[in-house]
Design a protein around this ligand. Structure first.
Ligand code: MUC
Ligand code: MG
Length: 374
């Protein structure tokens, strides 16, 4: 009998890349993005890549880039090294049984395994997940410069260049009335040429949300993302029931269990899927299945990852029959530099799903050496 192929080495690398402009969210302003890149080497010489990237250190979630690296280096890598590579489900069960939480770290490792397996078999990651239903996906852009006129100019440029026509505005760091003025001005300037959505990143109380959503709905906004604290499920349900405009859960919904709870409580119209939140590609598809069963809309979210994490999301989202709200997989475009040798195919308001084996992207070693944290 042939000897099973085993995992030989795992490395987690912090990569600090500048953003093209300050990116202002309700909880932080980003000037750099820190990618956590995973290299998983197998004894047959195949290497898989994964990414576990969060937003603004500890301002979005409970795992910082440094903690993700430590979870991988100090706990998950010792668990997985010498483990056979034949079953991703076995690897996933091993990680889930030994490590609580830390979904970002587990997601990067599961992705790296799938990349390695795809390269080994000569198949794209989407094929390993059952097959792509879409070759290209629509991509929204986030306007978050903090300045209304600058956001309008940025949106106009996106429209002119056929880059994006879906815009998500980051609000919640000002008074509700100021945010409403900002969003309304942008929507008015763009008119029917663009769709405008907002992400509050949990910043509002329920009373503020009632006031804000009422005004934004009247201004023509089509989607309200995470208006209140992630744990306020009942408030989210009341807001979803009260307004016609679609309400989306992001921080409130990580994996299938969260999704089941929100669906049972009729708490949201749309779920934002993100691989790291769910704890990996397979867990993301489980959450999508809950949403589909409950008639909840789907959106392909981002943690503002670089090309590796974005490619992983593209493969996963390409296998979903319904993705009514499109995606926001623009992360690489927010970064000045990249660490892959060939970027993703952004054109005509969308992005192509890579077709090469595994993730279909290659590291640029020179760029990696230049930007990795020392
Ligand atoms: C979030 O909360 O959705 C997605 C786009 C963006 O600009 O920030 C993220 C995070
Ligand atoms: Mg969000």
């Amino acid at each position: 009998m042939a000897m099973p192929i085993r995992i030989e080495a795992i490395e987690a690398i912090l990569v600090d890349l500048p953003t093209i402009r300050p990116h202002r969210l309700s909880m932080t302003t980003m000037r750099i993005q820190t990618l956590v890149i995973v290299r998983l080497r197998c004894l047959d010489g195949v290497e898989g890549l994964g990414e576990a990237t969060t937003i603004g250190g500890l301002s979005y979630g409970a795992e910082s880039p440094e903690a993700i690296k430590s979870a991988i280096d100090d706990y998950l890598a010792p668990l997985l090294i010498e483990h056979p590579v034949d079953s991703v489900r076995a690897l996933r069960a091993l990680m889930r049984n030994a490590v609580r939480g830390n979904g970002f770290a587990r997601s990067a490792l599961e992705t790296a395994w799938l990349d390695a397996q795809g390269k080994r078999l000569g198949l794209p990651l989407s094929t390993l997940l059952g097959g792509a239903l879409h070759q290209r996906l629509p991509v929204a852009w986030t306007l978050a410069s903090g300045d209304t006129e600058r956001d309008i100019a940025e949106a106009e440029q996106c429209l002119e260049q056929h880059r994006h026509r879906l815009f998500k505005l980051k609000i919640g760091s000002h008074d509700v009335a100021d945010d409403v003025r900002h969003v309304s001005a942008i929507k008015q300037a763009l008119g029917e040429r663009a769709e405008v959505r907002v992400d509050v990143n949990q910043a509002w109380s329920e009373a503020q949300a009632v006031q804000g959503i009422r005004a934004l709905e009247a201004a023509g906004v089509t989607l309200i993302e995470q208006p209140v604290d992630a744990r306020l499920r009942d408030a989210l349900a009341r807001l979803s029931a009260r307004f016609d405009v679609a309400v989306m859960a992001d921080e409130s919904v990580c994996d299938a269990r969260d999704g089941f709870g929100l669906a049972a409580a009729h708490a949201a119209d749309v779920f934002a899927l993100k691989l790291p939140k769910a704890g990996g590609p397979l867990a993301t598809l489980e959450l999508a299945a809950i949403a589909e069963a409950a008639g909840i809309g789907l959106y392909g979210g981002t943690m503002l990852e670089g090309t590796i994490g974005t490619a992983a999301s593209l493969h996963v989202f390409s296998t979903l029959e319904r993705l009514e709200w499109g995606t926001e997989l623009f992360g690489p475009r927010l970064l000045v530099e990249d660490i892959v040798s060939c970027g993703l195919d952004y054109a005509e308001f969308g992005v192509g799903v890579p077709t090469g084996p595994g993730l279909g992207v290659e590291l640029d070693e020179t760029q990696l050496a230049r930007y990795r944290r020392r």
